[in-house]
Design a protein. Structure first.
Length: 401
């Protein structure tokens, strides 16, 4: 329902037009996907661009708050992550917990956006550009404010600030709030943060090596920027459509599929699930050598329970099934395998700006037929909803009870 209200001002936009495009743009904004039907951003009203920036910032906050409410209600079964403690919410429903978590998570999220705006403005960007880019980066939305590439719009200091905002947007905001309160133990005990930076460093070096070997003039900064942008599911690129040509599409899609930390603005599978799946795989390999051993999977100072492990596997396979289903539906409209797979993966991972860089024959969202856009709208929404909450709807016993 929210996208329908958010779409009302977009009817006056110059480059959107019909109802389908308006709804698609609104869904993309609120889910911080960043896919757009506006081909010429430079000719668009600044009020429309500002409205998109504010909405994607609000959408990122809503995602974090809803995720915290669900995690606190379901406990370790939902996501085995550090959970903020809020008094007097144990008996509240998920919706009733939104208010306390909103007051709890708003300060670090808003403070980060404000700090990003100030730094970008002081680094030489005009106020409007600094405002929109700060909200886009911290929410991992990825909406651009110009047809010109970022490398032309922003200087080195601004690009470093944008990269820092994307990293912060991909980190657990509950942990960030504790760090602002000078409580650093949760950050030190949060395994996701270490894995996040390890992946960023390793993939940045890999991308630098690949681009250097292919073109002979690879840039470590450009590789690092794109790695951060992809893993945080922001989708910012420094140059034109060939900016990601030096990175194999499988690496691009894998980074977007993994996504950032739990309780962050980033989309994707979430690192915590990948870490536990990886550790269980190692445990099963050890079990082959020691069949009678009792192997436990530690995470966050505790052992992962069987119920939580089962839930993670269900989520993983449900997400893979959705990627396959949406790829088939997009392919039914005549698009090739890479375009269909890219559309499904990127929309479910909420990394829409990357799609034109992977689609074949210059395919864009604006050029796709209306039914395909409605399919992508559904994919974007499912990518922002905790799938475990929706699975019981498809169980007959749920309705009988």
């Amino acid at each position: 329902i929210a996208p329908c209200f958010a779409a009302l001002p977009l009817f006056e936009a110059r480059g959107i037009g019909q109802l389908t495009n308006v709804i698609f743009e609104s869904v993309s904004v609120l889910t911080t996907t960043g896919a757009t039907t506006i081909d010429d951003v430079d000719s668009e009203y600044r009020s429309v661009l500002a409205w998109r920036a504010v909405l994607q910032w609000a959408g990122g906050l809503g995602t974090i708050v809803m995720g915290a409410a669900i995690v606190s209600a379901l406990g370790f079964l939902a996501l085995p992550v550090y959970k903020p403690t809020v008094q007097s919410i144990e008996r509240l429903s998920v919706l009733e917990r939104l208010g306390p978590f909103f007051r709890y998570l708003l300060p670090p999220y808003a403070g980060l956006a404000l700090a990003g705006f100030v730094v970008l403005w002081m680094s030489g960007l005009p106020r409007f550009e600094a405002f929109c880019l700060a909200l886009s980066a911290v929410s991992t939305g990825g909406f651009s404010i110009s047809n010109e590439p970022l490398l032309t719009l922003a200087g080195t200091v601004s690009l470093v600030a944008i990269m820092a905002l994307m990293v912060a947007g991909a980190i657990n905001f509950a942990v960030q709030d504790q760090a602002l309160r000078l409580r650093f133990r949760p950050a030190a005990n949060e395994t996701e943060i270490g894995y996040l930076f390890a992946i960023l460093v390793a993939v940045s070096l890999l991308v630098f090596w690949l681009t250097t070997r292919q073109a002979g003039d690879g840039s470590l900064f450009e590789g690092s920027f794109h790695t951060v942008s992809l893993l945080s599911t922001t989708g910012f690129v420094l140059g034109g459509l060939d900016s990601l040509s030096g990175i194999p599409p499988v690496i691009v899609l894998t980074l977007c599929f993994i996504g950032g930390s739990a309780l962050s603005a980033a989309g994707g599978l979430k690192l915590v699930r990948l870490i536990i799946l990886y550790r269980q795989s190692l445990s099963e390999l050890n079990r082959l050598a020691h069949p009678h051993s009792i192997l436990r999977i530690p995470y966050g100072g505790r052992h992962t329970e069987l119920a939580s492990m089962t839930a993670i596997w269900i989520y993983f396979f449900a997400l893979l099934a959705l990627v396959g289903a949406f790829a088939i539906m997009i392919g039914a409209w005549g698009y090739d395998f890479q375009t269909s797979l890219a559309a499904a993966t990127l929309m479910l991972s909420n990394a829409g700006p990357v799609f034109p860089h992977l689609a074949a024959d210059g395919v864009t969202v604006a050029s796709m037929p209306d039914p395909a856009k409605w399919i992508l709208c559904l994919a974007m929404i499912l990518g922002r909803v905790e799938i475990l909450i929706l699975l019981p709807v498809f169980d007959a016993s749920y309705w009988r009870s």
